[in-house]
Design a protein around this ligand. Structure first.
Ligand SMILES: CC(C)(COP(=O)(O)OP(=O)(O)OC[C@H]1O[C@@H](n2cnc3c(N)ncnc32)[C@H](O)[C@@H]1OP(=O)(O)O)[C@@H](O)C(=O)NCCC(=O)NCCS
Length: 147
């Protein structure tokens, strides 16, 4: 039975390990110092947001990291930056449990909307988010590196 809760300081290494695995799965080379920094920003409340862990028999098998972003257009917005379930634990409801808790946390924060990005080839994530009631807004994300 999966248990989802806010990550506590002793979960740090597991959270960072799963986020590194997530980035690798997205063909992004993990940069450990950047992962540590991003996790710390949220867990130490330097930016608003939430880090959730999913536990199966005490092992951390899933993670979600979302940050709060005030939006003139969308109001109180939560942007989900990292979301990953250990491949050995997929299709057992872990992702659904994480996303359900994220929606509850968002409601408690009076967040009006959650946004996330799915890469064009990630059909599994697209099917998962559709099953959770998320829809594409028909927008294309543009980005540019500054440094
Ligand atoms: C996407 C991901 C989080 C789903 O996690 P999960 O724990 O396997 O998902 P769940 O078991 O809770 O699935 C819930 C529902 O989502 C849908 N779904 C999940 N994985 C699916 C897949 N591979 N193909 C089709 N539908 C899928 C199904 O409707 C499923 O319900 P069902 O099992 O009763 O049919 C997981 O595959 C993952 O970590 N992928 C790599 C990282 C990633 O893509 N993250 C999201 C980026 S935004």
């Amino acid at each position: 039975m999966v248990l989802v809760e806010r990550a506590n300081p002793t979960d740090r290494l597991d959270v960072e390990r799963l986020i590194a695995a997530y980035l690798t799965s997205e063909s992004v080379k993990p940069r450990p110092e950047r992962i540590t920094w991003a996790v710390e920003q949220v867990m130490k409340n330097r930016v608003g947001g939430v880090v959730l862990v999913a536990r199966e028999k005490k092992a951390v098998v899933g993670v979600a990291l979302a940050v709060y972003s005030p939006s003139a257009e969308e109001g109180r917005l939560l942007v989900l930056n990292d979301f990953f379930v250990d491949p050995l634990w997929r299709r057992k409801g872990v992702g659904r449990a994480l996303a359900t808790r994220l929606l509850e946390e968002a409601k408690a924060m009076r967040v009006e909307r959650i946004d996330l990005e799915v890469t064009p080839t990630n059909a599994n994530a697209a099917a998962f988010w559709k099953s959770m009631g998320f829809r594409t807004g028909g927008r294309t994300v543009y980005g540019r590196d500054i440094l």
